[in-house]
Structure formats: C-alpha cells, structure tokens
Design a protein around this ligand. Structure first.
Ligand code: GTP
Length: 369
C-alpha cells in the first residue's frame, strides 16, 4: 500500500516557527517532525510515500531526497496553489490510483497501529475508513458519529454541549479506495472533511476508533505538549530508546561543565555546551550546538539548534527557534516564542505568548511584557 502525506499547509497557528520552516520540518526532539510520520509508515510495512506539498517545499525535498535513508521510496508533488486536503490528494492521483491507499495529515504525532486500521478497512470492504480518536473537549472539534457496526452516520462541526453524543474526532489518517477520486473535482480546492466524507455517509464510509496516543502539533501549546509526551514516553517514538532509565538523552558528545545541572526528563543535542551553574530541565529539549551560560535556567521549554543563552537567562514554558540568542538576565516565559535568528538583548521580560519574528533584534531592557 502507498501513502500520501499532506504537508502543503502554511501552518499559520505555529508562526513564527513556520515563517522560515514548513511545519513538517519544524523539529520535534531535534528531528524534523515529519520524519516520525515516515518512520511509522516504514515500521508498518509501507514502502512508497508521496509528499503533497505547497508552502516552502524545498527544505522537505532536500532533507528526505529519494527516501532511501528512511527505507522508503519518496515522490514529491508541489501544488501551484493550495488545493485543500482532498484537492491535494486528487492532484497526486496518478501515483496512488492502482489500489487502496493511505492519506495522512503531516502534522499528527501518534502511535496509531496502521496495520490494524488497514485490516479493519479490508474487513469492512470499506470505500473509506477514517481513524477516530477520542478527545476531552468535543466542542472544539468536528465530531464523527458512528453506528455499532462502525459505519459513519454523520458529522457534527464544533457542536454545543447539548448536541454532543460522541467524543470521537477525525484523527487525520484515512484508508481510501481509488473510487474516491471520482468524488473530487480536479484542479480546485476541495476538502475531505466538508466535501468527500459527507457524500460517503451510508455508502461505505467507516470509522476506526483508536485509543493510541494522538496529538496534532499545529499550535505552540500542542507542540510543547508533544515534546513533554516524548520526554515522559507517553508516545512510542524513535527517541524513546535514547531516553535512559533516568530519562536523560544525550544525542552525541555534550560538554557539561562540573556544576551544571540536568533535571530529567531532558534531551540534549550534540555539541551543546552547558556551563557551571546552569540548570536544564525538567522537561527541556535542547537542539544541537546550543550554549547555555552560567546561572541560566531552562524548564518546560524547547531550544532549537544553535541557540545561545547568556548568563542568568530564564526560559520557562517557551520556544526559542534555531540560531536565536538571548542576552543576560532576560526572562522568556509563559508560552513566548522567539523566531529563528532573532536576538533578544539583556534585561527584557518576554511572557504572555509574545511572538518575536525571525531575525528581529530586541534592544536591552525594551520589553517588560
Ligand atoms: P494552520 O494554518 O495553522 O491551520 O495549519 P495548516 O495550514 O497546516 O492547516 P491544517 O492544520 O488544517 O492542515 C492539516 C494538514 O493538511 C497539514 O498537514 C497540512 O500541511 C495539510 N494541508 C492543509 N491544506 C493543504 C493544502 O491545500 N494542500 C496540501 N498539500 N496540504 C494541505
């Protein structure tokens, strides 16, 4: 079976990280996010993958190449303009129409058992099977109602509490028969959720419930949460093996000065320098080649590769993108995001989900937010 991975979206909710890096290439525990999707496909016996791309496609192509490093054959198709989830799949029809195929949103971290999903699809002889996952707050999502036999009975878009009779949502992974292509108009924007699936209700559309780990990494809070879940091994990923029994993972040679403190769980990238008197963790992921000076603290946060924290910086529940630097005594907290290559000088306070754009320079003591 072949798989189409949808990676064409602009990832607006994850800005400013996605202004310079497409969402699938935003690092998760120091690897491009979508590499976890590829690993999962490969581990479930999928050998051919089509990337359906749009926004910033070049980085994806150059990183994955022909896919052989991942044990996969990878093909790339780039849209001239966004075609929506179903339009994007119609656009790659020629590569997958020779049988049933998988479609995956490229921004979902999950350990869903794809084999069981495919077996279920086959056992029902379904035209389409949607993986479903339960959520705590059903009002925030489009819900999927199924009958006892698993057939989809209908969809409820962001319902009020009195309308709710299910907590299952579309998990962004589908198995489809090629006849689904007949339902998608070519060359224009079209969606599975609003276009294709409602047409298939009562005509061979099934839902497959899974209680596996599931997280859409598309917002900063969920992106952070996905990291915490990797650190706590709530989700099975290729990083799990590196986290030792003390929940510390060093991804290569790290220079940890005597008197520097790691508080697990933590992941430290190759070539990092952590000076005496600095504290990293708990819940910190540090990208390769970062320098953390004395007196600085990083907790519940992500530093992408090549970041520098000068002395006495505090980073808490925040994200610092590749190559950014933070000057002495600055506090970065409360869901703040510092974009790629930005420079925040000393004595600033960035909190309250403030987002600093890539390359920006914030002068000393100018923000107390
Ligand atoms: P937001 O702008 O933050 O909503 O993110 P997004 O653009 O990624 O949209 P969304 O999270 O709804 O998309 C779900 C998945 O479908 C992601 O993996 C997207 O990359 C992908 N996707 C969304 N729209 C398109 C499209 O028009 N073409 C392609 N090829 N993929 C798309």
């Amino acid at each position: 079976m072949k798989a189409v991975i949808l990676v064409g979206g602009q990832g607006t909710r994850l800005r400013p990280l996605t202004l310079t890096t497409p969402k699938p290439m935003v690092p998760l525990a120091n690897k491009p996010f979508v590499s976890y999707v590829l690993e999962r496909l490969r581990d479930h016996g999928i050998s051919e993958v089509v990337f359906s791309m749009g926004y910033l496609p070049d980085g994806i192509k150059s990183y994955f190449g022909d896919g052989s490093d991942f044990g996969l054959k990878v093909t790339y198709v780039t849209e001239d303009r966004p075609l929506g989830t179903a339009g994007a799949v119609k656009n790659v029809e020629e590569y997958v129409r020779d049988g049933d195929f998988l479609v995956l949103n490229g921004d979902i971290l999950t350990d869903l058992d794809l084999r069981s999903l495919i077996d279920y699809h086959n056992s029902k002889d379904a035209v389409g099977t949607i993986a479903l996952t339960p959520v705590e707050d059903p009002t925030a999502y489009g819900l999927v109602r199924t009958g006892e036999d698993g057939a989809v009975l209908g969809f409820l878009e962001k319902p009020s509490w009195d309308q709710i009779n299910t907590n299952l949502i579309n998990a962004g992974t589908y198995v489809l028969k090629s006849e689904v292509f007949d339902l998608i108009p070519p060359g224009r924007e079209y969606s599975f959720e609003r276009g294709v699936f409602p047409q298939l209700v009562g005509k061979g559309l099934y839902g497959y419930r899974s209680d596996s780990y599931w997280m859409d990494i598309g917002t900063p809070e969920k992106y952070l949460q996905a990291h915490y879940d990797i650190l706590e091994k709530n989700v099975e990923t290729s990083v799990s093996d590196c986290l030792d029994q003390d929940f510390v993972c060093m991804q290569g040679e790290v220079h940890l000065e005597a008197g520097a403190k790691l508080v697990p769980p933590v992941i430290i990238g190759e070539g990092c320098v952590i000076k005496a008197g600095a504290r990293v963790g708990r819940m910190a992921i540090i990208g390769a080649g970062c320098t953390i000076e004395s007196g600085s603290v990083v907790e519940e946060s992500i530093l992408q590769e090549g970041c520098t924290l000068e002395e006495n910086v505090v980073v808490r529940h925040s994200i610092i993108a590749r190559g950014a630097s933070v000057g002495k005594g600055t506090i970065v907290a409360g869901g703040a995001i510092i974009g790629e290559g930005a420079r925040v000088e000393g004595d600033n306070i960035l909190t309250n989900h403030v987002r600093i754009y890539p390359g920006t320079v914030i002068r000393e003591g100018s923000i107390k937010f």
